[in-house]
Write a new protein. Structure first.
Length: 337
């Protein structure tokens, strides 16, 4: 990995429309035209701002690496395999402050971002090699296997040379230590954060879905004819079309998730705190979002909570429970463990 990358991701505003978007720029602030056009494509395709930023950050590192070795348009499968090994071996500082390396599933995400960039470049006839076709291979999954289902299936998967030796099928990361899981459940947190952690750990909802959740979606008192909801037990509805105010995206499908009474009590505690905090600050509680800012500067109070706030919360939890949490996805996977 380059010590001082030539390219990085920056946020820019289009003067004609005040639209905010992400761009890839070099050290002198000059845009990488193809990388920036690809990021715009991701945004136009409905990818969340967080996804666009993270994909862009990884591709910016890749372009910086290419600048030291070869033209990215002429890359071969061997170049990408070497890049994968570079990413896997590069030292990183974990959220607990200890040095380490990236997990197999994290390295795979870096490859996914680069592959997305090359798919866009190939569609625009920018490549000078057949790299894209070589990045995947056909693989048969036998009947009765998790991927094969009842009848078996053949589909394209990442080429063997781009897969980590210990990757396997990249099972979801989760908190493997029972003591750490217990510490997280008992961790003293502000009431909003406690409810968010409880919701993630007991229902498996994605963080983007949680940040997209509206108050009207929460039926913890059960449904009714007025609500046009037949479910009597405490539940909430995951929707994909809510007009969010924080750029969050619900990647999954619409569905109904039921909750334990402890989660209902956690929600009630949070709602009461939300009312009291905003009233004390003379802030009108007008956001339809379930999760809003309560512990920030006065100008941000009552606004929809963002992914960066959740990431900071996970970093604090990681330090307090003494376990490396790479992100909120690790917390939500506890429910399926």
């Amino acid at each position: 990995m380059p010590d001082q990358p030539m390219y990085s991701v920056a946020s820019a505003v289009r003067p004609s429309s005040d639209e905010r978007r992400f761009v890839i720029v070099d050290r002198d602030g000059r845009m990488h035209s193809e990388g920036t056009a690809w990021l715009q494509y991701l945004s136009d395709s409905g990818r969340s701002p967080h996804t666009a930023r993270e994909y862009g950050r990884r591709v910016a590192w890749y372009l910086s690496w290419c600048a030291q070795t070869m033209d990215w348009r002429k890359a071969t499968l061997s170049h990408i395999a070497l890049w994968r090994r570079t990413v896997a071996a590069a030292p990183v500082v974990k959220t607990n402050g200890k040095p380490g390396t990236r997990s197999a599933s994290t390295v795979r995400l870096w490859i996914v971002a680069v592959r997305s960039f090359y798919e866009w470049a190939d569609a625009h006839e920018l490549l000078g090699t057949d790299l894209l076709s070589r990045m995947t291979q056909l693989k048969y999954f036998a009947p009765g296997t998790p991927a094969g289902g009842e009848f078996g299936v053949t589909r394209r998967v990442l080429a063997d040379s781009l897969r980590c030796a210990a990757e396997g099928d990249c099972p979801p990361q989760w908190i493997t230590d029972a003591g750490a899981r217990s510490n997280l459940a008992d961790l003293a947190l502000p009431l909003r954060d406690r409810f968010l952690v409880d919701l993630l750990t007991t229902t498996g909802i994605r963080v983007g879905e949680a940040l997209s959740l509206f108050l009207a979606d929460v039926h913890f008192g059960g449904g009714s004819r007025q609500l046009r909801c037949p479910h009597l037990d405490p539940h909430f509805h995951v929707r994909v079309g809510n007009p969010v105010q924080n750029g969050a995206r619900a990647k999954g499908r619409p569905r109904t998730l039921f909750v334990h009474r402890d989660v209902v009590e956690s929600y009630i505690d949070y709602v009461l705190e939300r009312r009291d905090v905003l009233a004390a600050a003379s802030v009108r509680d007008s956001s339809p979002h379930v999760f809003v800012n309560l512990y920030s500067e006065p100008r941000w109070l009552g606004r929809a909570m963002t992914y960066n706030s959740v990431k900071r919360l996970m970093d604090r939890c990681s330090r307090d429970i003494g376990y490396d949490l790479t992100g909120p996805h690790m917390v939500r996977h506890i429910v399926s463990a």
